[in-house]
Design a protein around this ligand. Structure first.
Ligand SMILES: Nc1ncnc2c1ncn2[C@@H]1O[C@H](COP(=O)(O)OP(=O)(O)OP(=O)(O)O)[C@@H](O)[C@H]1O
Ligand SMILES: [Mg+2]
Length: 497
């Protein structure tokens, strides 16, 4: 089955493409009960890593565990060599995420066929490439990587296309998740979707609202019973944080007071909701500021049909209230707030869907060249998004250099934008992986054997030319040639799927 997998900061959600329907896939917990998510938690049980529901149970029993590891992927400076401490051991973050995704794949109720995955709209290149790499290493065949709010945009147009009119063809997606806030302005033009812009904040999500509530509760218990973060200890504090999260999730628009349980030995804390909302308002205001450049004043001529609220965090009544105060009736909450991105990904993965990815002809092509396994990746934009298509013949671009390894490893991606500082922005779609034998001794190997060959440094390798050809159809091919011996191979950079 073609599926979409949305690896969230708190929950991973998957949806399938089933003859025009996009059901959310269910994961069984340890008791066999079905859930529409797989927890994004990793725990260390006596030196062995467990994931998802098993990790949640282990965490409750006091095992060392890691939540919100996606935030680490999104942290500035994260690279393939980044390590994380868990249970007194250093792990490569990439290994942890890969093992987690293996657990997700095995927990899926259907075999994962071709899969579309997502990253936050503002995710930088390292997060994108490491996420892709972890999925691949986990044995998952990724055919597309979309920005989370763009995927939610597909879900919107699929389910609510009637609210789009010939004058109002744009939709602003507001996605408040567990760890991230993302917003995108999506133009839905018939079957094509063009993302006009994306803005987000990787350090703003439901987790932060929990923290705000935790602070308030700690103030209260301090006054009432003298309990502090220190006397609670790390486990007590983690349990209280979970209580705060649960109390936050129970809030309804009409709720006046919140009750936070402190266990049997202490009286529960009662807090007026308005006190929590007053403390949380700056965070909600921050989301509005981040989104502001996309939607402006939402004047009639903006062409915006609505603001679409997705993500679990947008369930906080304060969020809907504040957005309606600001934008009025054009604010709509998804009927599947937590699953909207996964459903949109399943739609994107479905070749029969009537909503499709934006036309690829306007995308740039970049190549990731691995210097040496794990040691460093360089990114080179070979074609910019505004490269005109030739009317006839081909446009060529070449690169020449001296090979420094036994095997050349090239990962090609298509992308919408690239900042002057080199960061890829917008949707990034993998379009080809190419291995080229720089070492003449490896040229007899078939592709599978070449993929298994060890890559080592080899100074003074042959002079290599990469010649890219852009064809009138928008197709791109690359011919890689050993200029010393004339050995040459050509590869198509067609998108798979
Ligand atoms: N009813 C609710 N009211 C308020 N917050 C809620 C509600 N339900 C869920 N949440 C919060 O939503 C957040 C999780 O949202 P979601 O599942 O969309 O995030 P995610 O996809 O895991 O994270 P991200 O998209 O940031 O990577 C958590 O902070 C959770 O407490
Ligand atoms: Mg999410």
């Amino acid at each position: 089955m073609r599926i979409g997998i949305d690896m969230g900061t708190t929950r991973t959600i998957a949806a399938g493409a089933d003859r025009g329907n996009y059901p959310v896939l269910r994961f069984a917990d340890l008791d066999g009960d079905q859930h529409d998510h797989f927890p994004s938690v990793i725990a260390d049980v006596d030196g062995e890593l467990v994931h998802g529901f098993a990790a949640e149970r282990a965490a409750r029993a006091g095992a060392p565990h890691l939540r919100s590891f996606k935030r680490l992927l999104g942290a500035p400076g994260t690279h393939p060599g980044t390590t994380v401490e868990l249970g007194g051991q250093e792990h490569l973050l990439l290994d942890l995420v890969t093992a987690y995704l293996v657990a997700v794949r095995e927990a899926l109720p259907v075999p994962a066929g071709q899969v579309a995955v997502s990253v936050p709209a503002h995710a930088h290149s390292a997060q994108r490439i490491m996420t892709l790499e972890a999925f691949r290493r986990a044995g998952i065949d990724v055919i597309a990587m979309l920005n989370e709010p763009s995927a939610a945009g597909f879900e919107y147009t699929h389910h609510q296309s009637r609210s789009l009119t010939s004058r109002r063809t744009r939709i602003a997606v507001y996605d408040l998740g567990g760890g991230t806030f993302d917003s995108s302005l999506v133009e839905a033009d018939g079957t094509g979707h063009v993302v006009l812009g994306s803005h987000g904040d990787s350090r703003l999500g439901g987790d932060d609202l929990d923290e705000v509530l935790l602070e308030l509760v700690l103030e209260r218990v301090g006054e009432l019973s003298g309990l502090t973060a220190d006397t609670l200890g790390p486990a007590g504090l983690a349990a209280l944080r979970e209580e705060c999260r649960a109390a936050k999730e129970r809030l309804l628009p009409q709720t006046r007071r919140m009750m936070i349980d402190l266990g049997q030995e202490h009286e529960p804390v009662i807090l007026p909701v308005e006190e929590f909302y007053a403390a949380a308002t700056p965070l909600v205001e921050r989301t509005l500021e981040v989104m502001a450049p996309l939607v402006g004043e939402l004047e009639a001529e903006s062409g915006i049909a609505g603001i679409y609220l997705v993500g679990g965090g947008s369930g906080l009544p304060l969020v809907g209230r504040r957005l309606r105060e600001r934008f009025g009736r054009r604010v709509h909450r998804s009927p599947y707030p937590a699953a909207s991105t996964a459903i949109g990904l399943a739609i994107a993965a479905d070749p029969d869907a009537d909503v499709t990815l934006a036309d690829r002809l306007s995308r740039g092509i970049s190549v990731f060249r691995e210097a040496q396994a794990g040691e460093g990746i360089t990114i080179d934009q070979v074609l910019t998004p505004d490269e005109p298509l030739p009317a006839t013949g081909v446009t060529t671009v070449t690169r020449t250099y001296t090979a420094a390894h036994t095997v050349g490893w090239f990962r090609f991606v298509e992308h919408a934008h690239r900042d002057p500082d080199g960061e890829l922005r917008g949707d990034v779609v993998p379009c080809a992986d190419v291995l080229f034998p720089f070492d003449p001794a490896l040229r007899e190997l078939d592709p599978a054997a070449l993929a298994r060959a060890e890559v080592t440094r080899r100074e003074g390798g042959p002079r290599i030319e990469e010649r890219y050809s852009l064809h009138p159809s928008g197709a791109v091919t690359v011919q890689i040639t050993d200029l010393d011996s004339g050995f040459s191979r050509e590869y198509g950079l067609a998108r798979r799927g």
